[in-house]
Design a protein. Structure first.
Length: 158
């Protein structure tokens, strides 16, 4: 069932206002808890890499929706700090694979505990059924956006 134009506009405005507050507040709190040598963007990339084990610069560029030159700069900084390492792919040495070092994993795990505690403080304001509904809805939005991004990328290639 399609939403009416006025309802849709109202929902968009409400989403934008709420999203702005959530994004800004989360970013500010993450920034405050970061160790001096780490930025929020670097941490987010390391956190992604922690769960994917091994990543390529192209994959990170796609996941974080930033240009390859920006990814290269972040990779270089993290590598220089001894938090990630670049490896050549075994089957194709032209492909660079990235993985966290033991120090990168340690730092990521330490920060993850702090991030989980911060987020738990927010999520605990919801009843269990509200929290589950929120996460399901948010995951659905992420899926729709991922599909839309994939469709847009395919259309660009054609």
């Amino acid at each position: 069932m399609a939403l009416g134009c006025d309802i849709l506009k109202d929902l968009i405005r409400r989403y934008e206002r709420a999203n702005f507050v959530v994004e800004r507040r989360l970013h500010a709190q993450l920034k405050d808890m970061m160790p001096e040598e780490l930025t929020v963007d670097q941490f987010k990339m390391m956190r992604y890499m922690r769960y994917s084990e091994r990543s390529t610069p192209s994959e990170l560029s796609d996941i974080f929706c930033v240009g390859k030159s920006s990814i290269t700069a972040i990779i270089s900084r993290l590598s220089g700090k001894g938090l990630i390492r670049r490896l050549a792919e075994e089957n194709d040495r032209r492909i660079v694979v990235l993985e966290l070092t033991d120090e990168g994993k340690r730092l990521c795990d330490l920060m993850e505990e702090q991030v989980e505690a911060m987020l738990a403080g927010f999520i605990n304001h919801f009843e269990q059924d509200e929290a589950l509904l929120f996460i399901r809805t948010f995951e659905k939005l992420a899926g729709v956006m991922s599909g839309a991004a994939g469709t847009a990328a395919q259309e660009k290639q054609e």
